[in-house]
Ligand binder design. Structure first.
Ligand SMILES: Cc1cc2nc3c(=O)[nH]c(=O)nc-3n(C[C@H](O)[C@H](O)[C@H](O)COP(=O)(O)OP(=O)(O)OC[C@H]3O[C@@H](n4cnc5c(N)ncnc54)[C@H](O)[C@@H]3O)c2cc1C
Length: 423
């Protein structure tokens, strides 16, 4: 209730998705008073592939949520099946000693569940106050410093406007972040070359499912990819995504969109039409945008910080964003806590978060961007996946790259491709 919430906090976190809830939970644990705001009422859905990456599991584990994940309906995933534009199929298992995937098993868990777990973890943390159905409109600045937020109570018929004050404002309100817009102005616009449009639909009855997620570089949607991720009880999360710039060009040239491309694959592509012959859609097709971390935004300023999609941190090759959002939330909490301790909330002081984040994610995001660029070449995908289909050593390399960022960087080295040609 509006009246029972104090008007002032150490930190206001706007957006209670994985990024915001993680930030709030860690700050609460550090003893900081936090107001966590979200316009939605939890549990709420988020259009996503639902794959919980190894990186996401690190925070899931630290927040003590692994058992909760296991209790919820999910797909247990033991690897990735790739297909190339010329139709080669390579099945790559997760490594059994992957520290982030115990026993070499990962999870596909509906975001309705995943995000509610993170949200409840934050809500149950001491020092964290939550307010749902509160839409943040803008940051309040005084003398160039962020000192609070203004927003509306969506649950009240009068749509009452309320303001809250804090030492630090965190923008965790996703790809269309009102906080990023307030703090960065036009610089918060998405770059079509560094963002992606994607659609998702749930299905039952797809044949040939395994315990692996499937990533298909289908020729007709190159340079995008189509996915089938197995969920609970024989259901699947199905979708496809394309870099926004490529999609815009195709829409202009071929008058086609993501839904038409999806229907084409499901109904016409020889590799899939039999598998979908008896399949039934369980949801409408929904679309959303992914802001890639290949475009660096300013992530901290005078009294403010951005995390997750609001900070544009999605992996430009895989499209994974939950792990980077939770990594950012964890780091933001640490550096905000230190800045409050120093009583210095300047850009320079909070900028230590930005430096630490790029130190942790920068090299990996750069590799993923180069992989995305290389993945535009059909012949190269045919080479890598074709070799992986027949050569255990190539599968081992890909398997290692799914477990370790260090191994992934081998795909950045031209010698790896020479090795592939000769293998
Ligand atoms: C089709 C698709 C497939 C994807 N597949 C995967 C995948 O398989 N694995 C993966 O790791 N990532 C995937 N991603 C990326 C992932 O969904 C995002 O990176 C992730 O959700 C980012 O988390 P976040 O907390 O930053 O933002 P979000 O999850 O978007 O949460 C933002 C929160 O802010 C709230 N909010 C928004 N505006 C306001 C406002 N004005 N006031 C108050 N609250 C507000 C929203 O209600 C929401 O709860 C996919 C994305 C798409 C679109």
């Amino acid at each position: 209730m509006a009246n029972s919430i104090p008007a002032s906090f150490d930190v206001i976190v706007c957006g209670a998705g994985p990024g915001g809830s993680t930030t709030a939970a860690y700050l609460g644990r550090l003893g900081r008073s936090v107001l966590l705001l979200d316009k939605a009422k939890f549990p709420r859905d988020k259009t996503c592939g639902d794959a919980l990456s190894g990186k996401s599991m690190r925070v899931v584990r630290e927040l003590g949520l692994v058992k909760e994940v296991e209790k919820l309906p999910h797909g247990s995933i033991r690897g990735v099946t790739f297909s190339s534009p010329n139709g080669a199929l390579a099945s790559v298992p997760f490594q059994s000693d992957d520290a982030n995937r115990e026993g070499g098993t990962g999870y596909c868990l509906r975001r309705m569940h995943t995000d509610n777990l993170f949200f409840q973890a934050a809500k149950n943390t001491q020092n964290v106050t939550v307010r749902e159905q509160f839409q943040v409109q803008e940051v309040i600045f005084e003398d160039g410093k962020a000192v609070g937020v203004k927003g509306i109570d969506l649950s009240s018929p009068s749509r009452e406007e309320t303001a809250f004050r804090a030492k630090v404002i965190v923008g965790a309100d996703g790809v269309n972040s009102a906080i990023a817009r307030s703090c960065l102005g036009e610089k918060a616009d998405l770059e079509p070359a560094h963002s992606c449009d994607a659609v998702r639909v749930y299905y039952s009855g797809i044949s040939g499912l395994t315990d692996q997620i499937e990533i298909h570089f289908v020729k007709s949607i190159m340079p995008g990819y189509f996915w089938i991720f197995p969920m609970e009880d024989g259901t699947s999360n199905v979708g496809l995504g394309l870099v926004s710039k490529d999609l815009q060009e195709r829409m202009k040239k071929e008058k086609t969109g993501l839904v038409q491309m999806l229907n084409h694959i499901i109904k016409e592509e020889p590799m899939f039409k039999e598998r979908f012959a008896n399949a039934k859609p369980l949801s409408p097709v929904t679309g959303w945008r992914l802001p890639f971390g290949s475009y660096r935004r300013q992530l901290a300023g005078e009294g403010w910080v951005l995390v997750g999609d609001a900070a544009s941190l999605v992996d430009p090759f895989s499209g994974e964003g939950v792990g980077n959002a939770t990594t950012a939330g964890r780091l933001a909490a640490q550096f905000i806590d230190e800045a409050i301790e120093r009583n210095d909330l300047s850009r320079l002081s909070l900028g230590r978060y930005e430096a630490a984040l790029w130190n942790e994610l920068g090299a990996e995001l750069a590799t993923s961007y180069r992989m995305q660029q290389l993945g535009r070449h059909e012949w190269l995908l045919n080479l890598v996946i074709g070799k992986a289909a027949t050569k255990p050593k190539v599968r081992e390399l890909i398997s290692a790259s799914l477990a370790s960022e260090h191994a992934k960087m081998k795909f950045d080295n031209p010698l790896t491709y020479v090795w592939l040609l000769l293998t």
